[in-house]
Design a protein around this ligand. Structure first.
Ligand SMILES: CC(C)(COP(=O)(O)OP(=O)(O)OC[C@H]1O[C@@H](n2cnc3c(N)ncnc32)[C@H](O)[C@@H]1OP(=O)(O)O)[C@@H](O)C(=O)NCCC(=O)NCCS
Length: 185
């Protein structure tokens, strides 16, 4: 298992993104562009493997400074998505998760397993106290993940994000270390 990788069960492994992943990452973004751009603002600006390389460099710098942690999702020897802490706020021991999956990997519980592994990592290894997920109010598949994992719905941020020509409201979910089911050993 590569350094810093997290096992998520179901044959899924979360590996810190490496520059060598740039081509595979770009190919998945390119193949899933129409689905992804519905809920994510960045696919239109990702037009080549060089853009994916820049993204990976940014994520690696963020990880080195402890301000975030992004992982490639590896399943059946393929990179099928990305998940991780979009930001980590160390003084407040708080972090926010983001994620996307390729169509070929959707509908199998893989992202729920990946997020469960990130919760374990966040609460146990990074000693976070609060983990947040913001999902588009109408993004049923994304909202189902925190709902399955016992997050509490904390509210709605109205017109929180400009996504390809429209403002999207965000449903905010939070989970505290004291509420996390994995805390029960
Ligand atoms: C959001 C996204 C990652 C959710 O993917 P997903 O495949 O629905 O989520 P999971 O991998 O956890 O799988 C859950 C699905 O697998 C099914 N499943 C099968 N076995 C399962 C298991 N053991 N545990 C949980 N779910 C399981 C669930 O029933 C569910 O399917 P359903 O919605 O048809 O009922 C994906 O739709 C995506 O990438 N969307 C575009 C980008 C995006 O919106 N990102 C989030 C921005 S906030």
């Amino acid at each position: 298992m590569p350094t810093g990788a997290l096992k998520a069960g179901r044959g899924l492994e979360l590996r810190p993104l490496r520059l060598a992943d740039a081509r595979a990452l770009f190919e998945q973004v390119d193949a899933n562009r129409t689905r992804l751009r519905r809920w994510l603002p960045w696919p239109d600006a990702n037009r080549s493997p060089a853009d994916s390389r820049l993204y990976i460099l940014r994520m690696r710098a963020q990880a080195r400074t402890g301000l975030g942690a992004s992982y490639g999702l590896w399943w059946k020897d393929r990179l099928v998505g990305v998940a991780g802490f979009n930001w980590i706020d160390q003084p407040n021991r708080s972090g926010a998760l983001g994620y996307w999956l390729a169509r070929e990997a959707e509908g199998r519980g893989l992202m729920t397993a990946a997020v469960a592994a990130l919760l374990r990592h966040g609460f146990r290894t990074l000693a976070l106290n609060r983990i947040e997920i913001r999902a588009g109010l109408r993004n049923r598949r994304s909202r189902a993940i925190p709902e399955r994992l016992g997050f509490r719905r904390e509210g709605t941020l109205r017109q929180a994000e400009w996504v390809n020509g429209r403002f999207v409201d965000h449903a905010v979910y939070g989970l505290l270390a004291s509420e996390w089911r994995g805390n029960v050993r």
